[in-house]
Design a protein around this ligand. Structure first.
Ligand SMILES: [Zn+2]
Length: 282
């Protein structure tokens, strides 16, 4: 495609989804700006097919965040501000995928094969889609969550590192949405890289394996090194250094290592796992 047309089309499509996301309060102003940076980077350097995959994540995350929001809000477990995501959240989820897309653009420019970055991208997006759906669906579970590092230990819903069967099923659905989207597109002949290879069902398989492992890493980091606090007002265990407008009391983990950093690290690890799988299998 003509580069000029591609840029104009990217601005229109990414801009339209950004405006829609802002209008239905999926993102705040800062989240919108970060989303435009991520979306345009992915579109321009990866291509429209890459953008479709990250859009699938974005829309699924929005759907499951809003899903039974009132019930989650009543239990004090919902995302703040109606679920509108701020820029740190967007960059935690989209940062590594955007880097992979940029690297893809670079290797294409240098006429080198860029397939490995496609898998880095897919592994990271699958991990974030898995983690987001696992969290949002898991909060609705009637089963008491158990700590991933000590499965005998029951924890309160919403606790970092807490897992439920429903949540893990949600994670699996998240990986299938991303990998299945890739598989479907490739079955229509869409190519994600300039190499001419059609990866077909491997996109699905690698998304499932890397996404589930990345999501597992996310839970383990959440249960171990993520900073956990106790609210000095309402007494809730929280991952926020501030709760109910007051500074919360340190409980465990590394105090500054908060949820968005956990997500960024987990997404990166999910991406690296997918790149490793690509090197081994393909
Ligand atoms: Zn509180």
């Amino acid at each position: 495609m003509d580069i000029f047309v591609d840029v104009i089309l990217g601005i229109i499509v990414v801009g339209a989804f950004g405006a829609l996301s802002y209008a239905i309060k999926i993102v705040s102003v800062s989240g919108l700006l970060a989303g435009l940076v991520v979306g345009l980077t992915v579109w321009l350097f990866g291509g429209w097919s890459w953008f479709v995959l990250i859009l699938l994540f974005h829309l699924s995350a929005a759907f499951f965040t809003k899903f039974k929001y009132k019930r989650k809000a009543k239990a004090g477990l919902a995302q703040e501000k109606g679920g509108a995501r701020e820029w740190p959240n967007v960059m935690a989820n989209g940062g590594f995928p955007a880097i992979c897309a940029a690297l893809e653009g670079l290797v294409v420019f240098l006429s080198l094969p860029g397939e490995i970055f496609l898998f880095g991208f897919i592994g990271a997006v699958a991990t974030m889609c898995a983690d987001t759906i696992a969290t949002e669906v898991g909060l609705l579970s009637k089963q008491t969550p158990r700590l991933i590092t000590h499965l005998g230990e029951k924890v309160e819903p919403g606790t970092s590192g807490g897992v439920t069967i429903l949540g893990e099923l949600g994670a699996l659905i998240g990986t299938v949405i991303i990998g299945g989207g890739g598989w479907l597109l490739s079955s229509f002949g869409v190519q994600f890289t300039n190499s001419g290879t059609n990866f077909g069902v491997f996109l699905l398989i690698i998304a499932i394996v890397s996404g589930m492992l990345g999501c597992l890493v996310d839970s383990i980091i959440g249960a171990t090194i993520q900073g956990i606090f106790k609210c000095s007002v309402c007494g809730k265990i929280t991952e926020k250094a501030k709760h109910c407008g007051e500074k919360s009391i340190y409980q465990r983990g590394i105090a500054f290592f908060e949820n968005n950093m956990v997500n960024f690290v987990a997404a990166t690890i999910g991406g690296v796992i997918a790149m490793g799988l690509f090197l081994i299998i393909i």
